[in-house]
Design a protein around this ligand. Structure first.
Ligand code: NDP
Length: 509
């Protein structure tokens, strides 16, 4: 299917602004393809498994934002989309989902090259992207506005209305899935979307825009701008035509975006960082807890906002649990993303790997002991990639920087705790509040602790489960608002109340 895309690209060749960099993949604004003026403005995506070029895309610039907003406003204001009944929009959303599934293998492979994530994980993400479109299509089929009980001679109702042009900005760790999580509900609610993917992983978002267009979405309603955050991202957030911003990424960036949005008085959805406590009580099922802790930190090589990065083990179990954890960590199979035996692939880039390594060095300086890992693997097969060994550290207080700051790599810090009160206090002692997990045989205890933990998602005797229909988002510095489920649709809608007068006589003063 990607070949068909290249064929379509050839058909549109005359519409391309310049073709100075024929090797770069253009993006499209309205019905015109854009390449990089002068040929120099490209984003090169590097395959983190071996350092090869995964793809070159034309780089959008702030002037493209102006054009894309104009096209999106036109499509939103004068096009049919916002006026369609939600069940009519559903037809196109189902078709987008169907086409994503039809291209699953090619998309997953491209995703793997861009991000370095194991192929199986990439296939899951593509599946999830398709589910998002199907789920929001189904919600459109059953969408109901509220009829409110009148308190006078009128008929009153509250309607969900779209905002207009939405800016959606995404990080590199879950391309296509994070993008579909925003684009599907935003379109379902009747909006137009400008999507800016991470510069590290720009290719899937371009494919998503193509698929939307091929599925019959009216031109201009979904535009991908593969640019840099500092110029294109910032231009999107501050553009007067953009009416709402949906952002997933780091807390510092989220704060900068919220500052601009606050000045402009436009709403934001922010999905930000985390430093999630993962708690093991001494009555837990040992095997399940161990497996849960490992998948909670080493899945996606720790590049997950909900990774269980701070392990709290009850003192009575601590030594035995950590000893076994270290043994099993030593046996995690690191490998190339397309090898089905691989359990952990590379990190997204050299720069990111160096940042992760820097945190481990810092932990050592702060007095921590690295029990396993803490280095780049010495196997020459990995020399050209961005691999880092799964790492377990102990001996740090919860106040240490390695316990407080988001490392976003396969680095687990272990902390012992006394009892329920102690682990609630330590678990909540962080600026973040994205997720938390616990393992125990005592459900009454689990319920009490779950209610006390300041986190948007809490897992009991499981970890990192997520569901399209279940709200997702963070407490404290981990975010504002919720995505997924009905919450996702509400995020991209504003409420308008309408009153129909039913009175026979004129209103009095
Ligand atoms: P960043 O915050 O660095 O970047 C996220 C996106 O924002 C990128 O597209 C980036 O562009 C863009 N951006 C950067 N600066 C600006 C700006 N001033 N204005 C507008 N856009 C801007 O995050 P990462 O890409 O490094 O992703 C990792 C982070 O994402 C982690 O903190 C992780 O916890 C968080 N995350 C949160 C999730 C959640 O649901 N809560 C889920 C997944 C990740 P560019 O690529 O060019 O820098």
């Amino acid at each position: 299917m990607i070949n068909i895309y290249l064929y379509i690209l050839n058909l549109h060749r005359e519409e391309v602004d310049t073709m100075d960099t024929p090797a770069s993949k253009p993006f499209r604004v309205g019905n015109a393809w854009r390449n990089s003026p002068g040929g120099g403005n490209v984003i090169t995506s590097i395959n983190p498994a071996d350092g090869s070029v995964a793809g070159i895309v034309a780089r959008a610039l702030p002037k493209d934002v102006d054009d894309a907003v104009a096209v999106a406003e036109e499509a939103y204001r004068w096009g049919p989309w916002r006026k369609l009944r939600p069940d009519q929009r559903a037809t196109t959303l189902y078709e987008i989902g169907r086409r994503i599934t039809a291209e699953r293998d090619a998309l997953a492979r491209l995703q793997m090259l861009d991000s370095g994530k194991p192929l199986k994980e990439c296939q899951n993400m593509v599946d999830n992207a398709a589910y998002f479109f199907r789920y929001y299509a189904a919600l459109c089929e059953t969408w109901q506005n509220e009829v409110t009980s009148p308190r006078g001679e009128y008929f009153s109702m509250s309607l969900a209305e779209p905002y207009g042009v939405i800016a959606a900005i995404t990080p590199w760790n879950s391309p296509i899935m994070a993008e579909a999580q925003k684009v599907a509900p935003a379109l379902a609610a009747g909006n137009a979307v400008l999507l800016k993917p991470s510069e590290e992983t720009p290719q899937l978002a371009i494919e998503l825009a193509r698929i939307c267009s091929e599925a019959g979405l009216p031109e201009g309603l979904m535009t991908t701008l593969p640019g840099l955050g500092e110029d294109v991202g910032a231009a999107m957030v501050s553009h007067p035509g953009v009416r709402m911003v949906s952002f997933t990424g780091g807390t510092q960036t989220g704060r900068a975006i919220a500052t601009v949005a606050g000045q402009r008085l436009i709403p934001v959805g922010l999905e930000l960082g985390g430093k999630s406590p993962h708690i093991v009580f001494d009555d837990a099922d040992f095997e399940k807890a161990l497996a849960g802790v490992m998948s909670g930190i080493y899945g996606s090589a720790g590049q997950s906002c909900v990774a269980g990065t701070r392990l709290f083990v009850q003192k009575t179990l601590y030594k035995r649990f950590v000893k076994e954890l270290v043994e099993r960590t030593r046996n995690v199979r690191i490998g190339m993303p397309d090898d089905p035996k691989t359990q952990m692939g590379p990190l997204v880039s050299r720069a990111h790997r160096d940042k992760v390594a820097g945190y481990v060095d810092l932990a050592r300086k702060e007095g921590g002991s690295v029990l396993v890992g803490g280095a780049i693997p010495d196997d020459p097969a990995f020399a050209r990639g961005c691999f880092y060994l799964p790492t377990v550290i102990e001996g740090l207080p919860n106040s240490a920087r390695a316990c407080q700051e988001e490392i976003f790599g396969p680095v687990l810090v272990c902390l012992p705790f006394e009892d329920e009160a102690d682990v609630i206090a330590q678990g909540n002692d962080t600026v973040y509040g994205l997720a938390a997990g616990m393992w125990t045989g005592d459900y009454a205890l689990a319920w009490r602790v779950a209610r006390e933990l300041e986190a948007g998602s809490v897992w009991i005797n499981t970890y990192k489960q997520s569901h399209i229909a279940t709200a997702f988002g963070g407490f404290k510095a981990s975010g504002i608002n919720r995505e997924k489920g009905y919450h996702g649709l509400r995020l991209y809608s504003q409420v308008k109340s309408v009153f129909f007068g039913m009175h026979d006589r004129p209103l009095g003063l």
